[in-house]
Design a protein around this ligand. Structure first.
Ligand SMILES: Cc1ncc(COP(=O)(O)O)c(C=O)c1O
Length: 356
């Protein structure tokens, strides 16, 4: 039995998208691929409101996240950490042999502009990493305010993960001053995993030229050279790029404003349901994620049992990530999901909660 995915990634994939992945294969050095590649990167630029370079990486998000620190950290990196994925990014930065410090907020708290300002004011750092939407806790940090702070530090390259937020709300990356924006496609893009997208500003590319030990697979300068021919340095996941092409067409057919509105409506619905049913929400307003709700288990229900019972009913449910397992549950509301999908899981949950 297929379990319908309500976990915060991978997300349920529409049949049309799976079908697009079955498009007959082409060679990545054929003109057909260059046309596909250009169509996808042009649409991504439009979606992200950027005139900078957009590259396609055949990897999960962490491939490009590791690549970004390998290419862009020259002196020392400030890793801002407020959950499992940002903690991991700090470890990844160190494992690449980079000098780095972790600036930690409690899980469920955002990274604030004040934290960023205080770290950068030391003058020790030439790069930062930050996760816009910490999926482990459902917490969204305020990018516009952080972007204002970054303007004070023109020598600092900003590397921002929008893995679980890109396309669900407006993230105009040039206006926000993001030098390198990285995301995977298995979250709000509702595609199967295996493709990551990253951007690189002029400043980022200039930095990469000065940083040794960039490796090959994720070398930004290799991506830049391949981009001249609307191509990638190594063989890309062409099937997923076909799927991305169709998904971008669907996104623009829905309309960006409508898409953002749909995500906001789903978030409002889920948050209201959680509170009405005696649970809490981990982050405070206005830091709650628009793509998932991380509910706190105020009722002390056996979430592992709920997960098992929902599984038997064909629903994949998340009972918390890492140290929050059993203490929280997360419901995704992103990608192609609609209010009716949320009504389906909440109706099932209501039945199970009554039976406990
Ligand atoms: C915010 C965030 N960053 C990074 C990752 C890691 O992505 P991947 O497993 O695709 O490398 C995830 C995965 O859930 C995530 O939610």
């Amino acid at each position: 039995m297929h379990k319908k995915l309500y976990i915060p990634g991978p997300i349920e994939v529409s049949p049309e998208i799976l079908e697009a992945m079955g498009t007959p294969m082409i060679g990545h050095r054929m003109p057909e691929y260059a046309r596909l590649h250009k169509g996808v990167t042009d649409k991504l630029k439009q979606l992200m409101s950027t005139k900078e370079k957009v590259f396609l990486s055949t990897s999960s998000a962490f491939g490009a996240m590791e690549g970004a620190v390998r290419n862009l950290v020259g002196k020392r990196c400030a890793n801002f950490c407020n959950g499992a994925f940002s903690d991991k990014w700090h470890k990844v930065t160190l494992s690449c042999g980079k000098e780095a410090d972790a600036f930690k907020a409690e899980w469920g708290q955002p990274i604030t502009p004040e934290m960023v300002d205080a770290a950068l004011a030391t003058g020790k750092y030439d790069a930062i990493t930050l996760i816009h939407n910490e999926t482990s806790t459902g917490t969204m940090s305020p990018l516009p305010e952080i972007g204002e702070v970054l303007k004070k530090y023109p020598d600092v390259v900003s590397i921002i993960d929008t893995v679980s937020s890109m396309s669900a709300l407006n993230i105009p990356i040039d206006e926000l001053g993001i030098d390198c924006c990285v995301f995977g496609v298995q979250k709000a893009f509702a595609l199967p995993p295996g493709l990551a997208v990253f951007t690189a500003s002029e400043r980022a590319l200039e930095r990469a030229k000065t940083v040794p030990g960039r490796g090959y697979y994720f070398d930004f300068l290799e991506f830049l050279a391949a981009d001249e021919k609307d191509n990638t340095p190594s063989t890309p996941c062409i099937s997923l790029i076909y799927a991305m092409d169709l998904q971008l067409q669907r996104i623009f057919a829905e309309g960006l404003e409508q898409r953002w509105q749909r995500h906001q409506e789903m978030a409002d619905f889920m948050r209201a349901w959680v509170v009405q049913h005696g649970f809490g929400i981990l982050p405070a307003e206005p830091y709650r994620s628009v793509t998932l709700t991380c509910a706190t288990n105020e009722r002390g229900v056996d979430l592992a049992l709920i997960k098992k019972q929902l599984g038997e009913r064909g629903i994949a449910f998340d009972d918390g990530y890492g140290k929050l397992k059993g203490k929280t549950f997360r419901v995704a509301h992103m990608g192609d999901m609609k209010l009716e999908d949320l009504k389906q899981i909440t109706t099932e949950l209501e039945g199970l909660l009554q039976g406990l």
